[in-house]
Ligand binder design. Structure first.
Ligand SMILES: Cc1cc2nc3c(=O)[nH]c(=O)nc-3n(C[C@H](O)[C@H](O)[C@H](O)COP(=O)(O)OP(=O)(O)OC[C@H]3O[C@@H](n4cnc5c(N)ncnc54)[C@H](O)[C@@H]3O)c2cc1C
Length: 384
């Protein structure tokens, strides 16, 4: 798409989001509610399914366009974490699913009939050390039997399907520790009646994250995604798109904070002059603007490389790191600019401040990105 067409997408997303004011999001945050109407409308308008190819009923656009959608959602004051995964989790099916899986699931996801917005990787005892995860899928006839535990699995209560990573061969029996892991497409409702229990986690933001317990949950062998033992690649291949889109959300959050801070600094009069006339107030906002613009360029670079089919692990990681740090800093400056009013929930800033903090930790933490750059880009010794 050319620049003008992307501008039109942005405009349309802004209009849609404008119908759901910030009070809508504040209310959901207070009640821990789910934005069902918003998600339905975003899906029906085709914005949440932009990455699904046309042959399966999606718009068949690239990550650049998808990033523009997510950025605008966040800039409007919304909490995109409630729905962003519907955009990219389906990539595992698209890239690694069999023809039967693609024709069965993707058109229904594109039509909004099926929600595939849950991703089950993290475990409480192993955390970032993914290849040590302990959830096991044991082959038994034409089924796999799943046992184990996951933590922080978001949107599971609002998802029909989940992509899950489990061990099918013990780590001690594989040469490469990334081997022996397999990815599965889990029918959440079917699993719930068959040994899956879900425990919501009370947390700092309204992200609908849960702890999952699998007790002899049978999974049809047909639900294996890709090749048995090669599931790490299925998950890995989806990560670049996820990181770029989350970086775009952070750019949206950052622009939201800068819009709010600069407007307030211009309006608020203390000592008979707008507080923004003081360089101590104005310069931090200007600096955040520069940092968000720079992060946005890295997001664009990563998205363009992804859409051209080029390896973009470093760029996707750097975009996520730079944008999450810049949005957090912009949030902090926005808080400072608003003084005491920053703490009043009706100003919405404290909610966005909490929400944007997540992205220095999930889906991957900053240290892990730095170690990726150190090892894979700069060729320094592996640190773990
Ligand atoms: C709100 C929320 C939603 C989430 N949603 C999902 C989801 O839907 N699906 C899912 O699978 N996961 C999800 N997660 C999990 C998330 O991906 C992890 O929390 C994140 O990857 C970090 O893992 P951890 O919490 O186990 O931290 P740990 O691995 O315990 O690490 C703790 C800290 O130590 C640092 N650290 C660890 N090892 C090293 C090292 N070798 N060198 C330097 N620093 C190191 C890390 O950078 C981190 O800062 C979510 C988390 C949250 C909070």
């Amino acid at each position: 798409m050319d620049v003008q067409e992307i501008r039109e997408i942005r405009h349309a997303v802004r209009q849609l989001c404008g119908q759901y004011g910030e009070d809508y999001w504040l209310d959901l945050d207070r009640t821990r509610g789910y934005p069902s109407e918003f998600v339905r409308e975003l899906t029906a308008s085709g914005f949440l399914t932009v990455l699904i190819p046309e042959q399966y009923g999606g718009a068949g656009l690239g990550v650049r366009e998808a990033a523009a959608v997510m950025e605008e959602v966040c800039r409007s004051g919304a909490h995109a974490g409630a729905c962003h995964a519907q955009m990219y989790v389906m990539g595992s099916v698209l890239r690694h699913g069999s023809d039967a899986q693609k024709t069965d699931y993707l058109p229904r996801i594109a039509a909004g009939e099926l929600r595939l917005q849950s991703f089950g990787v993290t475990e409480p005892t192993t955390g970032t050390d993914t290849t040590s995860l302990k959830t096991v899928a044991r082959k038994q006839g034409d089924e796999y039997i799943l046992n184990g535990q996951k933590v922080w699995i978001s949107r599971i209560e609002h998802s029909d399907l989940m992509v899950l990573l489990a061990r099918t061969t013990p780590k001690s029996e594989v040469v490469k520790k990334t081997d022996g892991l397999s990815a599965f497409l889990i029918d959440v409702d079917a699993a719930k009646g068959n040994g899956l229990s879900i425990q919501p986690i009370e947390s700092m933001i309204n992200h609908h994250s849960c702890e999952l317990f699998f007790d002899d949950v049978p999974i049809p062998a047909d639900n294996l995604l890709g090749v048995e033992g090669k599931g790490f690649k299925v998950i890995l291949d989806g990560m670049n798109a996820e990181r770029i889109l989350i970086a775009a959300e952070c750019v949206g959050d950052g622009r939201y904070f800068i819009d709010k801070a600069s407007a307030y600094a211009t309006d608020r009069v203390v000592f008979d002059r707008p507080i923004g006339q003081n360089q101590g107030v104005q310069f931090p906002i200007a600096r955040c603007y520069a940092e968000i613009e720079a992060a946005s360029l890295m997001v664009e670079k990563a998205a363009d490389m992804f859409d051209r089919g080029e390896a973009c692990g470093a760029e996707a990681n750097m975009a996520k790191m730079l944008a999450s740090e810049a949005s957090w800093k912009a949030g902090d400056v926005c808080m400072q600019t608003h003084g005491g009013f920053a703490f009043a929930r009706e100003y919405h800033i404290e909610r966005k401040f909490r929400e944007t903090r997540l992205y220095q930790i999930a889906p991957i933490s900053t240290n892990l990105i730095l170690s990726y750059i150190g090892e894979h880009v700069l060729k320094m010794p592996r640190s773990f």
